[in-house]
Ligand binder design. Structure first.
Ligand SMILES: Cc1ncc(COP(=O)(O)O)c(C=O)c1O
Length: 401
């Protein structure tokens, strides 16, 4: 019903574009924003929605069956991250997990200072902005040129009043992997809580050595071929306030979503090593393809292997990222100018601010991200297109200054 309504709202031109080009004809290079559901996850969703519809809080047998399934999912997900089943709290995704994790930790402490990396996802910045209004002081930590949190800066900002450090595991815009174990050691030494946003890392790198050293971590399902609107917070701290208890324990669980997410998570972790190998090959081939324009290109990445291969954050000198994205879109390639929420509000990507890149260079940023359905032909085709587009653009600029 909703779909028909939306479709009728389209004008003729837009409808024509839909039918001629069709959304599905596009080649998708925006897997860091979201992913299509896997067949297995979708099958699980349908099966559970039809067969296990009992409310997990109901006392009859249908409710008990659903509750059993819910507990199994908690156990499986906890195993996948090397944690305890009791520490898993389902949420509606990464942003809500971040909000709850941060609130939950701060509610256990009287100190009023928070340290956050500038490159965090906006969901984290929104919460800390709100907390500032409540009287918290917030320090922002930049990146080094290697795309990692500046550890010396972090140490310098710690005071006796620091309650919490917030840092992501993998950066969603340039794919750099953060030194979480080092940050955790620093936090432990100063008796500070650590919340880690693992939305871009879960299912892509092992979290088993991360979960024991953090106070909370957040995960989202739709980044790993599961349904949208599901995620979890993992923490070894008990919710303390009635609000947290209400949110974390009072909902009717979306069991089809939770089971489907668990299936997707299992699959992602099973495929992790083979996919990683393939994604490294795709990244190398893509960068090689850009050889003819290499003098114009900046790739923001970690040079010491602390890099997720599937995310390529880059800029072409003198060309706005927004323009590149629109040209790619016209050609049928779906790429991004940064994290989906920054793009929507046309903000400078947080990562570029963390890298202290000037406004003009920051405007050149765009992101290409690969996933399970990306193949070598597509990657080479996109590379060839970017080369042709750049050479044409540079030629045009010289002819018509
Ligand atoms: C690092 C990071 N954290 C949090 C989120 C938000 O997750 P969700 O879309 O599930 O709310 C995202 C999504 O882009 C992300 O990349």
């Amino acid at each position: 019903m909703t779909y028909i309504f939306t479709y009728n709202l389209m004008n003729d031109k837009r409808r024509k574009k839909f039918s001629v080009r069709g959304m599905n004809v596009m080649i998708y290079f925006d897997y860091a924003a979201t992913t299509p559901m896997s067949n297995e996850a979708l099958k699980a969703y349908i099966e559970v929605a039809q067969k296990y519809y009992g409310n997990t809080n109901s006392l009859h047998d249908l409710g008990a069956q659903s509750e059993q399934l819910l507990e199994q999912c908690k156990g499986t997900l906890a195993n996948l991250i090397g944690g305890e089943r009791e520490g898993i709290y389902f949420t509606n995704g990464g942003s809500e997990s971040n909000m709850l994790g941060i609130k939950l930790l701060l509610n256990q402490d009287n100190r009023k200072h928070i340290i956050i990396s500038t490159a965090e996802h906006n969901s984290n910045h929104q919460i800390t902005r709100f907390l500032e209004l409540e009287g918290y002081k917030v320090s922002h930590i930049p990146f080094t040129r290697n795309g990692q949190i500046d550890i010396d800066f972090l140490k310098y900002e710690i005071t006796n009043d620091t309650a919490l450090v917030i840092v992501q595991h993998i950066n969603g815009e340039i794919g750099t992997i953060q030194p979480i174990n080092e940050v955790a050691e620093i936090c432990k030494r100063h008796d500070i809580f650590l919340h880690v946003d693992c939305v871009q890392s879960f299912g892509k790198i092992d979290l088993k050595n991360i979960s024991p050293v953090v106070d909370s971590l957040s995960v989202s399902s739709h980044k790993i071929y599961g349904p949208k609107g599901i995620g979890f917070l993992y923490t070894n701290h008990q919710p303390t306030t009635s609000l947290e208890q209400l949110i974390l324990h009072g909902n009717t669980y979306d069991l089809p979503g939770i089971v489907s997410f668990t299936v997707a998570a299992n699959e992602a972790i099973e495929l992790m090593e083979s996919e990683k190998k393939q994604l490294i090959e795709l990244r190398e081939a893509f960068i090689e393809q850009l050889e003819p324009i290499k003098e114009f290109i900046t790739i923001y990445e970690n040079k010491n292997q602390k890099q997720l291969p599937s995310i390529i954050g880059m800029a072409i000198e003198g060309i706005e990222g927004q323009w590149v994205m629109l040209e790619c879109n016209r050609q049928g390639y779906a790429i991004s100018t940064g994290s989906a929420c920054d793009v929507k509000y046309n903000q400078t990507p947080n990562t570029l601010r963390a890298l202290q890149e000037d406004e003009i260079k920051a405007k050149g940023f765009f992101r290409i991200s690969f996933g399970r359905q990306t193949n070598m032909n597509q990657v080479k085709e996109l590379g060839r297109f970017l080369v042709a587009m750049t050479l044409q653009y540079k030629g045009t600029v010289e002819l018509n200054p």
